[in-house]
Ligand binder design. Structure first.
Ligand code: PLP
Length: 230
């Protein structure tokens, strides 16, 4: 492979990364929030490691992937070069992938059912490793979408704690594509406040400024950094 060519090919990614950071900073200021209040999860799914490396070289360390297998094929090597890299799982997790996910990810943002909570609890013990957990909430009550219904969050958190000894630290949502995201973000923030959860993962390439205004602590941004996925 022609290394020089590779570097040139992926230079746009770093420009986009800096643009996103600037826009996040502007949104924080506009919302009266301190600079750095919101963390950027750079969503690198479908993009090869060579496209991720320039962002690492630019100083970024927090990434999101939605498939265990794909992340396992890219990130162990990247982590060898950048041991302080932090990796979030943002996609659905099947119980047969829990072992690999617990070994690989630092945060699992997609806790969405008790069967998964049980499998995670068992695996945390086995590996003596406890990635942080966020509960995915289906704020739009979409039947095809993963996540706990807003009305079930209370019971779900109680069961996680009492039955499995798990203490999720945050909530995550993906608003319906055609809706105004603001009410979904507000709902997630209210749920987090009510349950004393500090972390709010919401906002993607198309709506992260609104998410910053609504109180997001983490935004998950793919396309605006890495470009359109094929
Ligand atoms: C792909 C994905 C993102 C990033 O979406 P973009 O629109 O590319 O920024 C964020 N969150 C989740 C859960 C995703 O699957």
């Amino acid at each position: 492979m022609n290394m020089k060519m590779t570097v040139m090919d992926h230079g746009d990614v770093v420009d986009h990364y800096h643009e996103v950071l600037a826009e996040m900073k502007a949104a924080e200021a506009a919302a009266g929030r301190p600079a750095g209040a919101v963390r950027l999860v750079a969503v690198s799914k479908t993009h090869p490691a060579e496209r991720i490396r320039p962002v690492l070289a630019a100083g970024h360390r927090l990434f999101g992937e939605n498939r265990v297998q794909e992340a396992a094929s890219k990130f162990p090597a990247l982590r060898q070069d950048y041991p302080d890299l932090e990796l979030h799982l943002i996609g659905p997790l099947q119980t047969n992938k829990v072992r690999e996910a617990v070994a690989l990810f630092d945060v699992i943002e997609s806790l969405d059912r008790l069967k998964l909570a049980a499998a995670l609890a068992a695996e945390f013990k086995r590996q003596d490793r406890c990635p942080a957990l966020y509960v995915q909430v289906n704020t739009g009550a979409e039947p095809q979408k993963a996540g706990i219904a807003p009305s079930e969050v209370d019971a779900f958190l109680t069961a996680c704690r009492d039955d499995y000894g798990l203490a999720p630290v945050g909530l995550m949502c993906i608003p319906p594509a055609d809706d105004d995201p603001a009410p979904h973000f507000a709902l997630l923030r209210d749920l987090a406040e009510r349950h004393g959860l500090a972390v709010l993962s919401m906002g993607m390439s198309g709506d992260y400024a609104a998410a910053v205004r609504a109180g997001a602590t983490h935004v998950r941004i793919g396309t605006a950094i890495f470009g359109v996925r094929s």
